[in-house]
Design a protein. Structure first.
Length: 442
């Protein structure tokens, strides 16, 4: 009995195990228990809220493929927090073990140069990354890659790691997110083993660092990072850094910014239509799905600023195909992806329409937009919705603000100002907003 109950969860775990590192798996998935499971709903027990938030933030797409969903396509998963059952205690963050072992890195095996589709938007970055992979320390050093969300930065970083591991086993390579680096440092400070950590990092041949923007406003950690950086560069060891902004726009010390600008700074841009179609086809074939040109263009014309969203669309179509075995036509595609293409069919723009549209593009719930969560992605989406509401709705600010779960008009105004100023420089956000506007007026 239990076996069938757990089945979907086990399948999901098997799938996810191959895609993430052992330590990630241990931290996030090993301590989750299935309490009950039917074909319509599954209840999971998680050690704390943090685990729930993290897996929903990072693995929801994958969960949607395996776990039950509701009629509206949302996950039908209940979470029970262990601590809620016992007593309300302070949230405990999972303790991450120190990760100073260059062999435990599990580069995502799918993230290779072969699987990276080239186009005018990324050709330059890709060849820079490839040249670094071929001659670590003797090409561009450091290589600094920046660009918007979901444009393949992490893919390229792992691509470099995979290539070096396959072609040059003698190199010790470490790929780490900046958050994990900070965690590592905290753990080693706690264990009084910082010297060991320093030695580990400073003996690497290739240091691949993802999402350096998380080092902003963390002065204590910045210093240690900067020292590691200098020590490696001085020994001619290869460093690759990935960021969502160019070095000069990061709130980091001048010293570190200057170091990061030493080598080559390369920008990944938003792919053009043809490249998006090529990526779609590539990803679809991976899922055993054949899509007509018609369907590919249909999707690629509607999702343009984030390749992860293109993948989300493919996952949805693949799941549909798996269940029905009916080939995907443009019509099927339209109805399956209606949230992306034209979710809001009325011409009258209302706060509710804006909330729905923003929630869909940012992949969160309308209730999150009305709620109080300060999670970065949710807070940004909420401000985008406030911005659009102020721009498009002629009601008083007070009245509009009320529709956001009873916020004040100064909160609304603050949101509007914040987004207006981000839009001056952030091309990616501006495209996302265009997409939402298109939905609203279609
Ligand atoms: P980022 O780190 O920039 O947010 P990721 O590297 O995580 O983005 O990429 C998001 C998804 O899009 C990944 O699954 C990745 O494989 C895919 N992807 C991005 N760019 C390309 C590309 N040029 N060719 C194939 N897949 C891509
Ligand atoms: Mg990334």
């Amino acid at each position: 009995m239990l076996e069938t109950l757990d089945n979907v969860w086990i399948q999901f775990l098997e799938f996810i195990k191959n895609r993430i590192s052992i330590s990630e798996y241990q931290n996030w998935f090993e301590h989750i228990n299935v309490i009950s499971s039917t074909k319509d709903e599954i209840t999971l027990e998680v050690p704390n809220i943090f685990v729930r938030e993290y897996i929903l933030d990072n693995y929801k797409k994958d969960m949607l493929i395996f776990l039950p969903t509701k009629n509206d396509g949302e996950l039908s998963v209940n979470f029970i927090v262990k601590e809620e059952i016992k007593e309300k205690r302070k949230i405990k963050y999972p303790v991450l073990p120190p990760i100073m072992n260059s062999n435990d890195i599990n580069f995502n095996s799918q993230y290779t140069f072969e699987n990276y589709i080239e186009g005018p938007s990324n050709q330059f970055v890709k060849s820079a990354a490839f040249s670094v992979a071929q001659k670590p320390g003797n090409s561009f050093n450091p290589l600094f890659i920046h660009g918007g969300v979901g444009l393949g930065k992490t893919h390229l970083l792992h691509g470099i790691g995979n290539y070096i591991k396959n072609h040059n086993k003698k190199y010790s390579v470490k790929c780490i997110t900046t958050e994990a680096f900070i965690n590592d440092l905290i753990m080693n400070l706690r264990n009084k083993s910082v010297d060991k950590m320093k030695k580990f990092y400073r003996n690497l041949d290739v240091f691949l660092v993802d999402d350096i923007q998380f080092l902003q406003n963390k002065e204590n950690f910045e210093e240690e990072f900067c020292n590691t950086f200098e020590s490696l560069i001085n020994q001619n060891k290869q460093i690759v850094i990935v960021s969502d902004k160019p070095p000069a726009q990061l709130k980091l010390s001048q010293r570190l910014i200057a170091r990061m600008e030493w080598g080559l700074v390369a920008h990944i841009e938003v792919p053009d239509l043809e490249t998006r179609v090529a990526i779609l086809k590539h990803k679809a074939s991976f899922k055993g799905l054949t899509l007509s040109d018609d369907v590919c263009f249909f999707i690629a014309e509607r999702i343009f600023s984030n390749i992860r969203q293109l993948e989300g669309a493919i996952n949805r179509l693949a799941a549909y195909y798996k269940i029905t075995n009916v080939s995907i036509t443009k019509e099927i595609c339209q109805s399956l992806l209606n949230e992306i293409s034209s979710y809001v069919s009325t011409n009258k723009i209302s706060v509710e329409n804006i909330l729905k549209s923003v929630a869909l593009v940012f992949e969160i719930k309308v209730s999150d937009l009305k709620g109080e969560s300060r999670l970065k992605n949710i807070a940004l989406a909420r401000q985008v919705a406030m911005y659009l509401a102020k721009e498009h709705i002629s009601d008083s600010l007070q009245k509009i603000a009320q529709s956001f779960g009873g916020k004040t008009h100064s909160t609304l105004l603050h949101g509007w100002k914040k987004i207006s100023s981000i839009l001056e420089t952030d091309e990616n956000l501006s495209r996302q907003i265009q997409m939402i506007k298109r939905n609203l007026s279609s």
